[in-house]
Design a binder for this molecule. Structure first.
Ligand code: PEP
Length: 254
């Protein structure tokens, strides 16, 4: 099994200089633990300065999005080679805010997953249901569709590069995290879909949870062996709470 993965998604917060300041404060509190992988996903404009600030640490850089073409006349877009060149090793794809505000559908997300993989950028594919879908008993069907369409034609070999983030949309930014049982149930489903469709062994892929993870609920979430880390939004913007969540992931291994 891989070590747990904690990813901090800064969303559209922090300028490059605010990002440098954050890393200065964060590194004073953070003690590297080889048992936990940590990545930060800043806005594109802060990637370069974070790459410099993180040089001597094991923290890796993720992007929050990428376009599916290598280069071309696509004004305003950023390609996988551009992100690789800046030092990113992974990329968040299919975040619900991209689906909701920018009209990204499973087909576009699938093209982005293929493109990222072909440039050795590891995708963190987000899936998750809306509140009304959960209330209508459609959670499993929604998650399965997002996986089958988002990962269409991905080779079994490439599945080893993937991370899946289960992010129920109703839990993102609301302060209302899924319960351990709710998350465990969906993570188990995700593992089964990946195994049945791609033959992916559960222990070879990380399935992380996202949605209002904070220092108070992280310990209990990480108790579930199905929850292999977290994608953290609001709570990663504060160095102290981000370090505490990383500490929870470390403690869950003992
Ligand atoms: C996210 O942005 O992916 C997220 C989970 O946000 P928050 O932790 O604020 O709910």
């Amino acid at each position: 099994m891989h070590p747990p993965l904690i990813v901090g998604n800064w969303k559209m917060y922090k300028t490059a200089s605010e990002g440098r300041e954050f890393i200065r404060d964060f590194l004073k509190l953070y003690t590297a633990k080889s048992s936990v992988d940590v990545a930060i996903a800043p806005p594109f404009t802060a990637i370069h300065s974070l790459h410099e600030a993180l040089q001597s640490s094991p923290i890796t850089l993720a992007a929050q999005n990428v376009f599916c073409e290598h280069e071309g006349a696509f004004t305003g877009e950023v390609s996988p080679p551009m992100l690789k060149d800046l030092g990113c090793t992974s990329v968040i794809l299919g975040h619900s805010e991209r689906r909701q505000h920018f009209g990204e559908d499973n087909d576009l997300i699938n093209r982005k997953v293929h493109s990222a993989l072909s440039h050795q950028l590891r995708p963190i594919l987000c899936v998750g249901e809306l509140l009304r879908e959960r209330e209508a008993g459609q959670t499993n069907a929604v998650i399965e569709k997002q996986l089958l369409e988002g990962l269409k034609d991905i080779s079994a070999e490439h599945m080893g590069q993937m991370t899946i983030a289960y992010e129920p949309v109703w839990a993102i930014g609301t302060g209302k995290a899924a319960t351990v049982d709710q998350a465990t149930e969906v993570h188990t489903l995700i593992g089964a879909v990946l195994e049945n469709t791609w033959g992916t062994k559960r222990e070879t892929i990380r399935i992380v949870y996202g949605g209002s993870v904070n220092p108070d609920n992280a310990d209990s979430l990480f108790q579930s062996p199905q929850i292999n880390g977290a994608l953290v939004g609001k709570a990663c913007l504060n160095p102290d709470s981000f370090v505490k969540i990383i500490g929870s992931a470390h403690r869950s291994l003992n």
